[in-house]
Each structure stands twice: as structure tokens, then as C-alpha cells.
Design a protein around this ligand. Structure first.
Ligand code: NAD
Length: 277
């Protein structure tokens, strides 16, 4: 989608991290942005700041787990801005811990936000874009949607689903003029490993899960790339009509290793062996 200026984007998980960086990048490209998030305080703060800087933004308190809320988000975006040409289904959470220690409540939460949150964005906006014959859908998956990591198995499962649904969506909608991109970053310096802050089921975090998250939280601040770098890649992917949005050099070779295992019909090897300096 070459023309962004004057058009409207809807971005979920827009109150912080990658979603906020995408909001700022698409504002810089001349777009109006409807910012959706479950975190009211940061949503209001960031939307107010961007508005005071001259941007055309609307903040809408939204829980992506709720299909009706996403439909209301679309309706509000259309009534305020007239049309929508870009949706970034980006809100996500990252529970950690070994699979054997995960609980049904962990699965419910992660599947609802990471898979159904994206699916609701697709079922709400894909028909609109198909009807208007133009538009672009960006789904945030992860490098964890292309390879698998111990202690992040539940997260990997949800992100593999996002890659799969995005690829199928591309096959169906691209011939009809609707673009799709899937964002698959390795570590980005955000609060993703503090996502229990947005958990509403009151579930206790298992000690073993908390223990696996602590080093990840430390590592993300040390080696995570800036969200603005990711937002620049997403912008370019939308403009250049690219499906795969990879942000780290390690991602394609690591994913390749996994497919080498499949091709050779051998048990899973370490996809990162020899790749991480
Ligand atoms: N940071 C990384 O290293 C990394 C790597 C790969 C993929 N991702 C993905 O990027 C996306 C954005 O995460 P981030 O890294 O910016 O983390 P973040 O925690 O900084 O931002 C996530 C945003 O999603 C919002 N959110 C959570 N649950 C929600 C819900 N039910 N409804 C609406 N909004 C909700 C949060 O309030 C927050 O603003 C996620 O899908 C995440 O899985 C992140």
C-alpha cells in the first residue's frame, strides 16, 4: 500500500512497546491512528501526548479478547475518520515457564489474547478491506512463531498459530488487493515479559514460571532492539507489500534449521547453535 498519508490505521496494543512505536511511525507517514489498548492509563497518556504534538489520534479502551469490542473499535474508527486502510493486530502477552507447569488458565489467557485477539482483528477488518478492494493487515507474531524455545512453549504455540493464520489469509486476500504482513521479531526492548500486569483472571504465577521469566526480563533490556527499529520495518513492509517482516539477522537461519530438521526427518536440533555470537 503505497499511499499512507491521509489514511487511517487501527493499532492494538498501542499504548506501549512495539504498538506505540508503530503508532508514531504511521503518524510520521501522515496517517491518523486509532490506538486500542487495555491499559487505560498509558493509553490516555500516550494518546494525549501525541495529540498535543499535532497528531490525529483517537484512543479507544479495548480488550482484544472481546470480538464485539473489536467490531465497536472498527465502527468508531469509521465514524471518526471515514475509512480505515491499515490494521495492526499487535496486542500480545508472553507467559513463560515449562509446558508441564502451565495451567488451563494460562492457556485460556494466552490463546484469548494472542490468537483470538488477532483473529478478531482479521474477521472484523478483512471483510471491510475486501469490500473496499484495498487495505493492509499486519499481524504481530514473533520469531517464536517460526522456531520453538524451551520455557516459552505456550507463547510459541500461540505465535505459530498467528503465522499460520496470516499465511492462509495472505493466500486468500492478496489476489483481491488486500495486503498481509506477519511480524516476527526476536527480542525487542519492551515490557512484554511483564505482561502478567494485564492479566485479569487473578491467577497466581507458578514459582517455576516466575523463575524462567526473571532472566528473560533482564536479557530483553540488554539485547532487545528499539521498538522504533521494528516500526520502521513494518512501515516498509506495508509500503512494499512484503509478507514476512523479520527484524533480526538470526531469524531466517534459525527457521531454516527447523526446516532442515523436517526435511531430514530428524528430531529437533538447537536452531540457534553457532548462530548467536
Ligand atoms: N518485545 C519482544 O521481544 C517481542 C518479540 C516478538 C514478538 N513480540 C510481540 O509484540 C507484540 C507487542 O508486544 P510488546 O513487545 O510491545 O510488549 P508490551 O507489553 O510493551 O506491549 C503489549 C501491549 O499489548 C497490550 N495488551 C495486552 N493485553 C491486551 C488485551 N487483552 N487487549 C488489548 N491490549 C492488550 C498491553 O497493554 C501493551 O500495551 C506482542 O504481540 C508480542 O508478543 C514482542
Amino acid at each position: 500500500m503505497q499511499q499512507l498519508s491521509g489514511r487511517t490505521a487501527v493499532i492494538t496494543g498501542a499504548a506501549g512497546g512495539i504498538g506505540l512505536a508503530m503508532t508514531e511511525r504511521f503518524i510520521a507517514a501522515g496517517m491518523s491512528v486509532v490506538m486500542a489498548d487495555i491499559e487505560e492509563e498509558s493509553l490516555v497518556r500516550e494518546a494525549t501526548r501525541l495529540e498535543s504534538e499535532g497528531a490525529s489520534v483517537t484512543g479507544v479502551l479495548t480488550d482484544v479478547r472481546d470480538a464485539a469490542a473489536i467490531e465497536a473499535l472498527r465502527d468508531q474508527a469509521l465514524s471518526v475518520h471515514g475509512s480505515v486502510h491499515l490494521v495492526c493486530n499487535n496486542a500480545g502477552v508472553a507467559p513463560g515457564g515449562p509446558m508441564a507447569a502451565t495451567t488451563p488458565a494460562d492457556w485460556r489467557w494466552a490463546v484469548d489474547v494472542n490468537i483470538l485477539g488477532v483473529a478478531h482483528g482479521v474477521t472484523t477488518f478483512a471483510p471491510l478491506f475486501l469490500e473496499q478492494g484495498s487495505g493492509h493487515i499486519v499481524n504481530t507474531a514473533s520469531e517464536a512463531g517460526l522456531v520453538t524455545n524451551p520455557a516459552l512453549g505456550l507463547y510459541c504455540a500461540t505465535k505459530h498459530a498467528v503465522v499460520g493464520l496470516s499465511e492462509a489469509l495472505w493466500r486468500e486476500t492478496h489476489p483481491q488487493g488486500v495486503g498481509v504482513s506477519v511480524l516476527c521479531p526476536n527480542l525487542v526492548d519492551t515490557k512484554i515479559f511483564e505482561s502478567e500486569r494485564n492479566r485479569t483472571d487473578g491467577a497466581e504465577i507458578a514459582p517455576v514460571a516466575a523463575a524462567t521469566m526473571a532472566p528473560l526480563r533482564e536479557m530483553i533490556g540488554l539485547v532487545g532492539i528499539p521498538p522504533s527499529t521494528v516500526a520502521d520495518r513494518v512501515h516498509d513492509a506495508v509500503v512494499n507489500d512484503e509478507f514476512w517482516v523479520l527484524t533480526h539477522e538470526v531469524t531466517a537461519p534459525a527457521a531454516g534449521r527447523r526446516f532442515d530438521d523436517i526435511t531430514a526427518s530428524r528430531n529437533p536440533t538447537d536452531p540457534y547453535e553457532g548462530l548467536l555470537g
